[in-house]
Design a protein around this ligand. Structure first.
Ligand code: C2O
Ligand code: CU
Length: 522
């Protein structure tokens, strides 16, 4: 929150855009940690697993005694986890029973363009009026009206984008999953409406495994915990608060948009539960962390009751295993980043607690979740000194292009846009055209915090602020957290598939306010 507040000088620095819940909140560490259900394939034939997911509204008890309406995948938040083997394709049929068009993107997936969830490739509700029956607004007007009018003009962009492929009712997404083992996540990606859709619950995990990783001996089974961390705020009627829906937070003269810096909640959810607690054996655990928040940054620390900090031993990044473990005592995690860490509870007294806290939070947003040491147990896991030897080693000298991108607040539209290279997103414009197989160096610079994500490819961080990358930049990434005023260089190879892909800021509000661009691989 600290850095986000810098764009919001008119508000107290400690709160930024933080919303306040209007319902009683539980004491931290009283609610048990849920683990999202693992989805079973409806069939497996010809080496492909077929899954079905229905996107629908549901009401769930997220806060004790309070009913909250959600948009969900299969009625649960987080959505069901898909557990795949590397190289074994999955086809997921999404049925849209929500009142709005949707788009599904598998974040971090090496996915053919047709299934990558381009923001105008809408899945319309089956009874959605045909676009011709609508009075469309040009895309550049939608930013200023967007969230309050989403029922009226959604779908307008597919008209402005001749390449959009719209489906009605259902759509099959095919994921080859021919990629390194790692934890991916799927979430909504509709143009201009990603932030409110994800906020309302459209996010789930997709884990890719392989034999090499299985053989390492990392903690597994109940000792491997997927943790989707996301902040939210709750209105008096129990629904999730989102600024555009709250008239008191609408634009005022001289004030940037109500959610310009990004929306922050005052409740930290882990796997959909507020500040949960989880009973553990006094052994090593593998925590597969995802920051699924729209805009909140975390700096995690694991702290014992007597104030001791436990190491977070990172074994994997966004795109899978590191070459060798990296030990952190403080681990920064930006929106959309995944960190695969091992924590060792050995030697801690039975009954004691370890809290995972967010050093950037204040008050209750400083708390995340806790582990209670329930019993001693045997530990057969270990962390090998060498984790993987298949990380790409692209060199600057191989690069056929060096490109520069500035991620900044827009000048126009009264500060209510965010731009890459001076431009807001336009599906009809190609921002970068490259060839399949090209190695490129991309240089980024940011005004405030921007977590920058590339679709399709993983990249290595070459430098940060003109210096060597930081310890948490290790491995293969698909999202890099640019800090305020910072520059960074990444290197990647655009291989896999041809077609239209994206890169964008993964602060979901920045993304919806234009901070996204097209990448065409030919
Ligand atoms: Cu997680 Cu383009 O998104
Ligand atoms: Cu941003």
């Amino acid at each position: 929150g600290l850095a986000l507040a810098s764009t919001m000088a008119h508000r107290p620095a400690s709160t930024g855009n933080q919303l306040r819940s209007a319902v009683p909140l539980p004491e931290p560490y009283t609610v048990p940690l849920p683990i999202p259900p693992v989805l079973k394939p409806v069939s497996t034939s010809g080496g492909t697993d077929r899954y079905e997911i229905t996107q629908r509204e549901t009401t769930a008890e997220i806060l004790p005694g309070i009913r909250t309406k959600l948009w969900t995948y299969n009625g649960v938040f987080p959505g069901p986890t898909i557990d795949s083997r590397r190289g074994r394709p999955a086809t997921v049929t999404h049925r849209n029973e929500l009142p709005v068009p949707t788009v599904v993107h598998l974040h971090g997936g090496r996915t053919p363009a047709a299934s990558d969830g381009y923001p105008t490739d809408l899945v319309l509700p089956h009874d959605w009026p045909t676009p011709a029956a609508h009075d469309h607004q040009p895309p550049n007007q939608s930013h200023s009206h967007s969230h309050s009018q989403q029922h009226q003009h959604a779908g307008a962009h597919s008209m402005a984008d001749p390449r959009a492929v719209t489906s009605r009712g259902t759509r099959d997404y095919t994921f080859p999953l021919d990629q390194r083992a790692t934890m991916l996540w799927y979430h909504d990606h509709r143009m201009d409406f990603t932030a409110p859709a994800v906020w309302r619950g459209l996010a789930g995990l997709h884990i890719v495994r392989d034999d090499t990783e299985d053989a390492l001996g990392l903690p597994r089974g109940e000792r491997e915990l997927p943790l989707m961390i996301a902040d939210r705020a709750f209105a008096a009627d129990g629904s999730l608060t989102y600024p555009s829906l709250d008239p008191s937070l609408r634009d005022r003269p001289g004030v940037k948009g109500p959610y310009a810096a990004g929306v922050l909640g005052d409740v930290v959810l882990v796997n959909g539960a507020p500040w949960p607690i989880h009973e553990v054996d006094a052994v090593r655990y593998r925590l597969r962390l995802l920051n699924a928040s729209n805009a909140r940054h975390y700096e995690f620390q694991a702290v014992t009751d007597d104030g001791r900090r436990l190491d977070l031993v990172q074994v994997g990044a966004d795109q899978g295993l590191l070459a060798a473990p990296v030990t952190h005592t403080t681990l920064p995690v930006a929106p959309a980043e995944r960190y695969d860490v091992v924590i060792d509870f050995a030697g801690l007294p039975t009954g004691s607690r370890v809290r995972l806290i967010n050093r950037l939070g204040t008050g209750r947003t400083r708390e995340v979740m806790a582990f209670r040491i329930a019993r001693r147990a045997r530990d057969e896991s270990h962390i090998p000194k060498r984790l993987s030897d298949d990380l790409p080693t692209w060199r600057r000298s191989e690069a056929t292009a060096v490109r520069d991108f500035a991620f900044r607040a827009g000048e126009k539209e009264h500060g209510r846009s965010w731009v890459i290279g001076g431009r807001t997103f336009d599906p009809a414009r190609t921002d970068v055209r490259t060839r399949l197989g090209a190695v490129e160096v991309w240089r980024f610079v940011a005004d405030v915090h921007h977590p920058v994500h590339l679709h399709l490819v993983g990249f290595r961080v070459l430098s940060r602020g003109g210096r060597a990358p930081l310890p948490h930049d290790a491995g293969l990434k698909d999202t890099i957290s640019l800090r305020p005023g910072e520059s960074a260089e990444i290197i990647t190879r655009f291989d896999g598939y041809r077609g239209r892909y994206l890169f964008h800021c993964h602060n979901a509000e920045h993304e919806d306010m234009g901070m996204m661009a097209n990448l065409e691989i030919t």
